[in-house]
Design a protein around this ligand. Structure first.
Ligand SMILES: Cc1cc2nc3c(=O)[nH]c(=O)nc-3n(C[C@H](O)[C@H](O)[C@H](O)COP(=O)(O)OP(=O)(O)OC[C@H]3O[C@@H](n4cnc5c(N)ncnc54)[C@H](O)[C@@H]3O)c2cc1C
Length: 281
């Protein structure tokens, strides 16, 4: 963790080991530095990065990037909000799967430093919030001095050069069932780490909406699988559940991308789909 290094005083610029850390206090400062410094490394809580580049810019203490705003249909988070600050909002005021993912991440002391933005910009889908963000149809706002772009989380592959993440918008929908499960070791990340999210809405005896995501070394979301479940009537039979699991299994086999998935992760994913559907019966 590099925060201690970054925090040696809060001067505007610090130098150590041939690397300079700039401290930004406004978004305009950030845009100025992004424009004037080539290959500027952005720093959040510094829990993921392993070394400082020649020039880095800490964005953790910018007010505009540290806000949380809850509206009727969505919540906006600034990227400098820490994971602990989100947890403090409490489960009842957040999409439950987001809260459930956050409390599995690292230790309390790491969560006090790690930022929401850093956990997204690290561009590592093993990080537990990826699966709920994908299932909840989160949207990212990225900016440079002259342009603002909005990226659906399903299309996100990393922050383009010269841009900074400025907002994370999470829709608030009425889900009747929300399930998040972490697989792999606890409080650290490795190749067996992944997050699973299942969301379902129901009306009388009918499933009206479903989202299923799995995010580890590879990221899975399939509208084909979701459409197979939407419209199903209760009670779900074991044959129906078995057919859904078979469809998921063949989707994993068909797509080259999923061959990266360890066999144990594939099996855990299929078991979690079965488990989630059983909660609906
Ligand atoms: C001991 C330990 C245990 C952990 N255990 C878990 C775990 O159990 N589960 C889990 O999911 N994760 C775990 N993690 C990973 C943790 O989730 C990440 O380290 C954390 O979310 C990164 O946030 P950060 O603010 O520290 O990012 P940083 O390290 O500051 O930055 C990460 C990346 O994001 C970029 N960045 C940051 N903010 C912005 C921005 N606003 N715009 C553009 N780019 C930006 C940086 O340039 C960098 O590339 C663990 C980490 C540690 C150290």
């Amino acid at each position: 963790m590099l925060l201690q290094h970054v925090m040696q005083g809060r001067e505007n610029q610090m130098q150590k080991n041939n690397s300079s850390v700039l401290m930004a206090s406004t978004l305009s400062d950030v845009f100025f530095h992004l424009k004037s410094v080539n290959n500027l490394q952005i720093l959040g809580g510094c829990t993921y990065i392993s070394s400082l580049d020649e020039k880095s810019l800490c964005v953790k203490f910018i007010d505009e990037l540290s806000q949380i705003e809850k509206k009727e249909r969505y919540i906006d988070f600034g990227p400098s909000v820490t994971l602990s600050q989100i947890i403090q909002i409490r489960r009842t005021n957040l999409p439950e799967v987001l809260y459930d993912a956050l409390i599995t991440m690292a230790s309390e002391s790491v969560r006090n430093l790690a930022t929401f933005g850093g956990s997204i910009c690290a561009a590592d889908p093993k990080i537990m919030i990826w699966s709920p963000l994908l299932a909840l149809d989160a949207r990212l706002e990225i900016r440079n001095q002259s342009e603002t772009k909005y990226i659906p989380f399903s299309k996100y592959t990393g922050i383009p050069k010269g841009f900074i993440l400025t907002k994370i918008r999470i829709p608030i929908d009425d889900w009747d069932i929300q399930i998040f499960k972490r697989v792999g070791p606890s409080s650290k990340l490795n190749d067996l780490s992944a997050g699973f999210t299942f969301l379902a809405s129901t009306q009388k005896d009918l499933i009206t909406n479903v989202r299923i995501t799995f995010s580890g070394n590879t990221v899975f979301r399939s509208t084909e699988l979701e459409n197979k479940i939407i419209g199903a009537h209760f009670p779900l039979t074991s044959k129906f559940i078995g057919d859904v699991v078979k469809t998921a299994s063949s989707l994993l086999e068909k797509n080259q991308e999923y061959t990266k998935m360890q066999p144990i992760l594939r099996q855990q994913f299929l078991n979690l789909i079965q488990y989630s559907l059983e909660q609906l019966t």
